[in-house]
Design a protein around this ligand. Structure first.
Ligand code: KIV
Length: 269
């Protein structure tokens, strides 16, 4: 018998059923405290490997280790009660073979308590996606601009500017959908291609820099909060945290320097 109230999160089938319906709301989060705030408003929270760049100052996501994803994934699961938590599989943890992918995805799910994993790649990952989903691991796929392949792509570049490339992207989308992915992140593609992809498949598309032609949107939380001084062009800033933190820290430093901080009698009041 459990002694705790049951946690009822949004489920993978509920996300899949939102195709063409009410837009899916999603944000990234890497910590228990921000995840707890996002939880009431997002259908799913992604513990993205973008944490390597956003939190740990890496130049790309390529260097993110599996253990780091697990540590942050665990924190986000602990901080939330409603949203589905999806954890990114980092570069090198799934590409080698379906069985390597299964071993690492199972480790992520067991050690974090998340409800699904995300991996990058289209047609080339279809066999792995089928292998995982047939064995109980829900997979969110990710195509278009795939940051883990930034070295091959020559940087973070918008995809689909050349219409001749569209059939390849659409083939990728169909391949991961047919393989059993429950949703598809479409990153950094031009709007007409995002529309074509969304119309071509039966699972919801979640856009990031891919327009409102998708079935939902995901943004990196720190970007939309205005915490990072530099954000991609497509990101709308809903806050100005960088400036707010800078001002708070400067005010604090000023007060400490002028000895205007509380005395002993205020401690642990
Ligand atoms: O790592 C990440 O945060 C992501 C999103 C940008 C979709 O993959």
């Amino acid at each position: 018998m459990s002694t705790q109230a049951p946690i009822r999160r949004t489920t993978v089938p509920q996300i899949a059923a939102r195709k063409g319906g009410e837009p899916i709301v999603s944000l990234t989060s890497y910590h228990a405290h921000t995840a707890a705030i996002v939880d009431a408003h997002a259908d799913f929270i992604l513990v993205g490997d973008s944490l390597g760049m956003v939190m740990h100052g890496m130049e790309s996501t390529v260097g993110v280790p599996l253990d780091l994803m697990i540590m942050h994934g665990r924190a986000v699961v602990r901080g939330t009660r409603q949203a589905l938590v999806v954890v990114d599989m980092p570069f090198g943890s799934y590409e080698e073979s379906p069985s390597v992918a299964f071993r690492n995805a199972a480790k992520i799910m067991k050690e974090t308590g998340c409800g699904a994993v995300k991996l990058e790649g289209g047609k080339r990952m279809a066999e792995t996606i089928r292998f995982l989903t047939e064995r109980g691991i829900p997979v969110m796929a990710h195509i278009g601009l795939t940051p883990q392949s930034s070295h091959v792509m020559g940087g973070f570049k918008t995809q689909g500017r050349d219409e001749d490339s569209w059939p390849l992207h659409i083939k990728d989308a169909k391949a991961v959908s047919d393989a059993g992915a429950f949703a598809l992140v479409v990153e950094g593609v031009v709007e007409p291609l995002a529309r074509e992809i969304t119309q071509a498949i039966e699972i919801p598309t979640i856009g990031i820099g891919a327009s409102s032609a998708c079935d939902g949107q995901i943004l990196v939380l720190e970007d939309m909060l205005g915490l990072n001084p530099w954000v991609p062009k497509f990101v709308k800033k809903y806050g100005a945290l960088h400036e707010a933190i800078e001002k708070a820290v400067a005010d604090y430093a000023e007060e400490v320097k002028s000895r205007a901080f509380p005395g002993e009698d205020h401690i642990y009041r």
